[in-house]
Design a protein around this ligand. Structure first.
Ligand SMILES: C[S@@+](CC[C@H](N)C(=O)[O-])C[C@H]1O[C@@H](n2cnc3c(N)ncnc32)[C@H](O)[C@@H]1O
Length: 259
C-alpha cells in the first residue's frame, strides 16, 4: 500500500489547472444534503486537496475541516490569511472515530485507491469517522468517463501563465488510468486512478457497515445509466429509511438545480 505523495510536484499548479472544473455542482449537492443532518453538525472533507470546496464551506460558516494525504496539496491550499483547519492523513486509516456527522470525499478521490483492498480500507475508514447517524457523500468516475475522455489520448491545455501537456493510458485489464502531466517543457508527473464497477463500490459500502441512501448520475441526479461518467453516492451509517421524504425532497431539489 503506497503512501507516496503523488501530487507533490503538481500541487502548486493544481488550482490553475482545475480552474475550469465545476466545483459549484459539488458545493450545491454538499449543501443540499445538510438537510439530512442535525444542527449544529461537524463536517470533514476527506482528500480535500487544496481545499477549493473547503474554503467555500468555511466562508459559509460551516464547522468543517479537511484531511489529505498530500502535504504539498495542503500547503498549496493555505490561504494568505484566515482559517485553514486541515491535517495530513490517509483516507485508508483516518484517526477520527465517531467524530463527524457529515463527511464528503469528492472529485474522484476514491478512484485514487488502486486496489479492492485499498477501496475497502478507504470506505471503512470514512465510515468510522461518522457519528452513528452520520452521512457520507462521495463520488467516483466510471469506466465510461475514462473511455470517452482519457483513454489513450494526448492533449495540451493553457492554464493561465503556463501550459500543460497531458497523456493518458488506460489498462483495460487492471482498469488503471495512468496520466502523465508535463508543465511547460519541464518534468512529467504521473497520477494513477482506478475505475470500479458500481457493484464493487456497493459491496465496499455494505462491508463497511454503511447503507445506501442513493446513487446518482452526478450530472443529472437521475439513476446512473450506461453513459454515466461520474456517480454521486450518498450513504449512511444508520437506517436510510429515516430520511424518507426529506431525502426525496433533496433529490428533487438537486435535480431542479442541475437542469
Ligand atoms: C483529484 S484530487 C481532489 C482534491 C479535492 N477533493 C478537490 O476537489 O480538489 C485527489 C486528492 O486525493 C488525495 N488522495 C489520494 N489518495 C489519498 C489517500 N489515500 N488519502 C488521502 N488523500 C488522498 C490527493 O492527495 C488529492 O489531493
Amino acid at each position: 500500500m503506497s503512501t507516496a505523495d503523488s501530487f507533490a510536484e503538481l500541487a502548486r499548479f493544481y488550482d490553475p489547472i482545475m480552474r475550469h472544473v465545476d466545483y459549484d455542482r459539488w458545493y450545491l449537492v454538499a449543501d443540499a444534503l445538510t438537510g439530512l443532518l442535525p444542527r449544529p453538525f461537524r463536517h470533514l472533507d476527506a482528500a480535500c486537496g487544496t481545499g477549493v470546496l473547503l474554503h467555500k464551506l468555511l466562508r459559509d460558516g460551516w464547522n468543517t475541516c479537511g484531511v489529505d494525504l498530500s502535504v504539498s496539496m495542503v500547503r498549496a491550499g493555505k490561504p494568505a490569511s484566515g482559517k485553514w483547519p486541515v491535517a495530513v492523513g490517509d483516507l485508508r486509516a483516518l484517526p477520527y472515530a465517531d467524530s463527524f456527522d457529515y463527511v464528503t470525499c469528492l472529485f474522484d478521490s476514491v478512484n485514487f485507491l488502486l486496489s479492492h483492498d485499498e477501496l475497502a480500507a478507504g470506505i471503512r475508514s470514512l465510515a468510522d469517522c461518522l457519528s452513528p447517524d452520520g452521512v457520507l457523500y462521495f463520488d467516483v468516475v466510471t469506466e465510461r468517463m475514462v473511455l470517452d475522455h482519457f483513454a489513450d489520448q494526448e492533449w495540451t491545455e493553457r492554464n493561465g501563465k503556463f501550459s500543460t501537456r497531458w497523456k493518458c493510458d488506460y489498462d483495460r485489464t487492471t482498469r488503471t488510468v495512468e496520466t502523465r502531466i508535463q508543465v511547460n517543457s519541464g518534468e512529467s508527473y504521473t497520477l494513477y486512478e482506478r475505475v470500479y464497477e458500481l457493484d464493487e463500490i456497493d459491496d465496499a459500502v455494505r462491508r463497511a457497515g454503511l447503507q445506501l441512501i442513493g446513487a446518482f448520475d452526478a450530472e443529472s441526479w437521475r439513476r446512473p445509466r450506461r453513459k454515466t461518467v461520474r456517480v454521486d453516492y450518498v450513504v449512511t451509517k444508520g437506517d436510510p429509511k429515516r430520511f424518507g421524504t426529506a431525502f426525496r425532497n433533496i433529490e428533487k431539489h438537486v435535480q431542479s438545480l442541475l437542469r
